[in-house]
Design a protein around this ligand. Structure first.
Ligand SMILES: Nc1ncnc2c1ncn2[C@@H]1O[C@H](COP(=O)(O)OP(=O)(O)OP(=O)(O)O)[C@@H](O)[C@H]1O
Ligand SMILES: O=C(O)C1=C[C@@H](O)[C@@H](O)[C@H](O)C1
Ligand SMILES: [Mg+2]
Length: 188
């Protein structure tokens, strides 16, 4: 059975640290699965008509986290969607009740890789004006046990392209989903 058929329209939520590729990989995964693609960060910016940087600066992280939960709650009622989440989605316990509506996949890349990818980035407020490597390390320490509550961990190395990561996901999803047997067929 293909991974697409196995999923039976169930949403896929991508979680993980900033820079692991949730947005980049999520778009490609959605294409491969014939799913829609959503990104909680992008939706927050659309709904508020403000950048994430601006929300953090003018209203603070707590307001951002509330918006994030609202957006996730709306998305959890969709089907056939790949949803790239913000790196901090795992922090609020209410978010887990929404994430568990779908299959939760943790993209896990080493801090050294994230550091290289995000070195020049200016759109992630938690990473500005700080030692990037140290900040990434401390965020990962704080969040590791939360990310580990995912259904599936995808370990990514520095050589893997986004398409390689998609291939790895499609290969591993069947290891965590049982095919649903068709009971109605048995009853006829
Ligand atoms: N497998 C990869 N190989 C090389 N570069 C990658 C890979 N995946 C993502 N990138 C690059 O790393 C950067 C961060 O990727 P992306 O924005 O997809 O991460 P994210 O997990 O969505 O981060 P955030 O939590 O902040 O939204 C981008 O510039 C992207 O092009
Ligand atoms: O890891 C985080 O806390 C964040 C990650 C980004 O995706 C954004 O959601 C925001 O910059 C915060
Ligand atoms: Mg993203």
């Amino acid at each position: 059975m293909t991974t697409e058929n196995l999923l039976q329209g169930v949403n896929v939520f991508l979680i993980g640290m900033m820079g692991t590729g949730k947005t980049t990989v999520g778009k490609k995964l959605a294409q491969r699965l014939n799913y829609r693609f959503f990104d909680t960060d992008v939706l927050i910016e659309k709904v508020t008509k403000q950048s994430i940087t601006n929300i953090f600066a003018t209203q603070g992280e707590e307001t951002f986290r509330d918006l994030e939960s609202q957006v996730l709650s709306e998305l959890s009622s969709c089907t056939k969607s790949v949803i790239a989440t913000g790196g901090g989605i795992v922090l609020k316990s209410i978010n887990w009740s929404y994430l568990h509506h779908g299959l939760i996949i943790w993209l896990d890349a080493p801090v050294s890789v994230l550091n290289k990818r995000l070195a020049k980035n200016t759109t992630r407020p938690l990473l500005q004006e700080t030692d990037l490597q140290l900040k990434l390390q401390s965020l990962l320490e704080e969040r590791h046990s939360l990310y580990a509550q995912s259904d599936l961990q995808i370990i990514i190395d520095q050589h893997q392209t986004p398409n390689d990561v998609v291939d790895q996901i499609l290969q591993l999803v069947p290891t965590v989903i049982q095919p649903k047997f068709n009971i109605s067929q048995e009853l006829n």
